[in-house]
Design a protein around this ligand. Sequence first.
Ligand SMILES: NC(=O)c1ccc[n+]([C@@H]2O[C@H](COP(=O)([O-])OP(=O)(O)OC[C@H]3O[C@@H](n4cnc5c(N)ncnc54)[C@H](O)[C@@H]3O)[C@@H](O)[C@H]2O)c1
Length: 262
Amino acid sequence: MTETGSADLDRLLQGKVALVTGAGQGIGRGMALALGKAGAALAIADLDGGRATSVVEELRTIGVDAEPFTCDVGDRGQVEATVAAIIDRFGRFDILVNNAQASRVGIRFEDTRDEDLHLAFNSGTWGTFYCMRAAFPHLRDAGNGRIINLASSSSTHGRPLHAAYAAAKEAIRGLTKVAANEWGVHGITVNVICPNAVTPAGEKFAREHPEAAQAALMQRAIRRRGDAEHDIGATVVFLAGPGAGFITGQTLHVNGGGVTVP
Ligand SMILES: NC(=O)c1ccc[n+]([C@@H]2O[C@H](COP(=O)([O-])OP(=O)(O)OC[C@H]3O[C@@H](n4cnc5c(N)ncnc54)[C@H](O)[C@@H]3O)[C@@H](O)[C@H]2O)c1
């Protein structure tokens, strides 16, 4: 068993305000816990308001200042209202983590429907774009703004049966690289994480495609699945912190390595 990292990095992010989208469960929840333990105040946005509220209750229990927002990130008006509400509630905005994503996977390319692309792009690509555009002036004003977008090695490696998902995620990497080059002058860094972690979505995929899931695990250099808080969250805390201010436009695979496996 290999060790996981520690996300509790001496309250490195004290005084910062972070928004994590799709943080009602899974990797989003884990990243929110890590950011909160590192000292940040948290805006928790999710399409499912009940999930957002329960993560906020969890954060408040451990002393983190947090607020839930019910928000479909694929809806420009809802995103703009959420960002305005974050400024009202917290007075500043430093860290944006674009994590929300819905998709149907496990579909052959030729069977992929228009709706599959719309679902993946609305929640992933449009959601990331709307959040980045709305957050930009606040991150610029705060100084040392940080944006971390979630993509996937399924997109960077072109994993079979993931056409709509991969297309949406590669578009997010395009947005990331352009914003990094435009906004670096304001001290804002923009990076991508391609994670692997045990989550409800991952468990569902493993149940539906057990052989593919086992094969993926066996080809991973570090033969375990990641931990949302202690592996992915710890990386986000680093990228959001002062030690990562010279890293931008990059894609970081936080997935236990491996040669061929997404
Ligand atoms: N789980 C993995 O191992 C893995 C691997 C590669 C990439 N990723 C990426 O990491 C991120 C998190 O993955 P996860 O497995 O925790 O996902 P998940 O499906 O478990 O959780 C996603 C959350 O996003 C919310 N959401 C969906 N559509 C939304 C919308 N339009 N607006 C607001 N919220 C919305 C859902 O309600 C849910 O709470 C995603 O971007 C995913 O593509 C995950």
